[in-house]
Ligand binder design. Structure first.
Ligand SMILES: NC(=O)C1=CN([C@@H]2O[C@H](COP(=O)(O)OP(=O)(O)OC[C@H]3O[C@@H](n4cnc5c(N)ncnc54)[C@H](O)[C@@H]3O)[C@@H](O)[C@H]2O)C=CC1
Ligand SMILES: O=C(CO)COP(=O)(O)O
Length: 331
């Protein structure tokens, strides 16, 4: 007899697959929705995801489906699509579980909606949480210790319901009620990771990278505060924690994209070649626009945008370095 598991994952890219594997690590059943029919078959028969997470051997208690209706029956649904497709995929479901946990990192282009705003518009009856933090998919799938922020819009009551479904010995969520802060940390750090990759690609050294992390963090704080995020949230796993991880490793798709741009790669060609998502490239334009609208100075984000639009990386960095000298507390 087939049973309905308590938890499922919407999206079988690297992160959705890694989360499913982590959740299934103690033998629990997990339902995983994949957009690609071939992938549904491969996960169910060979217990692999050769498209997006080829390194992992998946638990047989993960059952993949291509049917969105099957994801409505669960208690908790982790939403792990690329940010730009989240509302469309979620909108295809006939109804919604009580708890939606958003794991995508980005801001919706065109509307400027944070993921939690988009999810609320699509599924107004669900309680929304955000899971974010320093989490390379291959490490989580491999069972390496990982800690995340689990920000619950439904407060402590929601946390009590969902944390036992998500926590595992090697996967440790920390409670927050600051959904906005958790989202902004994840969305902004992707753009800053592109900047750090550019500096690496240009061979500008580790001092420059550390400076970018610190000055980028100041931009994240200014933007977050303008949108109502708490500083403490951004100082935690989902902000500073994820910024440090993503800005320091070629395991990051955003950092690697930036490195290729710094080495002189053409942005249009680099984006056209991708199967995997580098969210920062999609978030940079809408983030720069939102920052402008709120009167928040984000010179590093603006520089990344220009490089993505085709301005030469070397010249853009030279301009960034020649801005008037000012106090560290200023923009
Ligand atoms: N990979 C990682 O280590 C982490 C990723 N994330 C976030 O998770 C989200 C998903 O990223 P990954 O799982 O890494 O993706 P991925 O880059 O491994 O795979 C691409 C995903 O995009 C989907 N896709 C492509 N075109 C689509 C369309 N038109 N409509 C709907 N879906 C489409 C594919 O089905 C696939 O699931 C992103 O927001 C990312 O920032 C968050 C933490 C860690
Ligand atoms: O969000 C991530 C790690 O926390 C993954 O970063 P990339 O999307 O840059 O690979």
């Amino acid at each position: 007899m087939s049973t309905t598991p308590a938890i499922g994952v919407l999206g079988a890219g690297a992160w959705g697959t890694a989360l499913a594997q982590m959740l299934a690590s103690d033998g629990r059943e997990v339902r995983l929705w994949a957009r690609e029919q071939d992938l549904v078959a491969e996960i169910n028969s060979a217990h692999r995801n050769s498209l997006f997470l080829p390194s992992a051997s998946l638990a047989p208690t993960i059952r993949a489906t291509g049917d969105l209706a099957e994801m409505a029956e669960l208690e908790v649904l982790l939403v792990v699509t690329p940010a730009q497709h989240m509302a469309a995929v979620l909108g295809g479901m006939p109804s919604y579980p009580r708890d939606l946990v958003l794991c995508s990192k980005g801001i919706e282009a065109g509307t400027g909606r944070l993921m939690n705003h988009a999810a609320r518009d699509v599924a107004p009856g669900s309680d929304i949480a955000v899971l974010a933090g320093p989490t390379f998919a291959h490490e989580v799938a491999g069972g390496l210790p990982t800690a995340v922020t689990l920000a619950c819009g439904g407060g402590r009551a929601q946390w009590e319901r969902i944390a036992p479904h998500i926590a595992r010995p090697a996967f440790r969520p920390y409670y927050s009620d600051d959904v906005t802060g958790a989202e902004i940390g994840g969305a902004v750090k992707n753009v800053l990771a592109i900047a750090c990759g550019v500096v690496d690609g240009l061979g500008l050294g580790q001092n420059a990278r550390a400076a970018l992390i610190a000055r980028g963090y100041a931009e994240m704080l200014r933007f977050g505060e303008a949108l109502g995020a708490e500083r403490d949230t951004l100082a935690g796993l989902c902000g500073l924690g994820d910024l440090v991880l993503t800005c320091s490793s070629t395991s990051s798709r955003n950092f690697s994209l930036g490195k290729a741009l710094g080495e002189g790669g053409d942005p249009v060609a680099l984006m056209a070649d991708r199967r995997t998502v580098a969210e920062g490239a999609h978030t940079a334009p809408v983030l720069a626009e939102l920052a402008d609208g709120h009167g928040v100075a984000m010179p590093i984000v603006g520089s990344v945008l220009r490089i993505l639009q085709g301005d030469p990386a070397k010249a853009v960095v030279a301009e960034l370095l020649s801005r008037p000298l000012t106090a560290e507390s200023d923009a």
